[in-house]
Design a protein around this ligand. Sequence first.
Ligand code: SAH
Length: 389
Amino acid sequence: MTIPVVHLKKKEENRILSGHLWVFSNEIQKIDGVPEIGDVVEVRSGRNESLGFGFYHPRTLIAVRIFSKEFVEPDADFFMRRLTSALQLREQIFKTPFYRLAYGESDFLPGLIIDRFGSLFGVQILSAAMERRKGIIFDVLKGLFSPEAVYERNESSTRALEGLPQSKAIVYGDELSADYGEEGVVFRVHPFTGQKTGFYFDQRYNRIFSRQFAPGSEVLDLFSNEGGFGLNMAIAGAAKVTAVDSSDLAVSNMKLNAEINRINCIDTEVSDAYDFLNRSIASGRKFDVVICDPPSFTRNRKSVPVAKAGYRRLHEMVFQILKRGGILLTASCSHHILRQTFEDVVASAALKSGRTLQLLHRAGASPDHPVLPAMPETEYLKFTAYRAL
Ligand code: SAH
């Protein structure tokens, strides 16, 4: 079998040589062969040196997603080895089997995300190459873990870029829930009906970090989902937690989680966050600690200016309900918004609101979302803690 070869234009190889794993369509000089969607291709520099092997897509900006330096057939054996390596890392880090098992390119499985909730697995497929091989992937999961259930959570809009429809299915097993313990707080996770694959593991360390500001505080958990931060703050001694999310389902699960943990100091509210902020501003209500963890504001690079304006407006409102000397724990999960950009926007909102900031802490996603140093696209979460005087 001859493998099609993608030749890069002259001088386009440096990024790949440094460890970046995407070839963009405008960097290609010519292709030997006629690869189809999801086929394996070899990538060579303008000087004909081999740079690696990847999955090809003829109609996307990301033309090749490299998964190996040497040739390897992406068969069951390959997935077994990659998932075993990913598993080793997670088992080293976490005491219980609840984590992001596979984080796409960062685990050299481009476009494949797998979250593990004990014996339940939520799979998100974001590339056509992985979609084509999903039967193999599900078989390998079965062989490695004998799961009780596997769910396909393919609702991401980015699938459209690869020509894939959105879908959601139970691959096998039933619709089940699993109890995930986070340093003493229990979350009942629903991997088939919850948002994304059921739970936001990326903020795990940041939720634990936030606990130190809880004792005796009046806390607002804005964009709370199922109470990730709020319940951590409650268990760590907050006087009162108000948790706000626009999703009915998220809030009803948050109530269930509060019950399971016997937490009474949490007020939950189904509301648009901006409505809540406006009402609080109007009534003069203020908080000691505000957690602000909105969904992504960007879809692509073009939406960056709108996203920046959105963050500025949101933080201007937040500063109006944060007491002087209060703590702001704020996050951006928007791709394309760099950490510096995010911090600049928060700083300018503070300035406009007459507040002086002390930056206390910067963090990213928890380590089951590894970052490839040469590939900034693998880093999306920016979490920052401030005291606002
Ligand atoms: N902090 C959470 C994750 C938050 S995800 C955790 O640690 O688990 C972002 C949340 O924002 C989602 O639950 C979504 O339902 C909610 N959301 C999106 N738009 C909103 C809006 N306009 N007002 C309030 N909540 C919103």
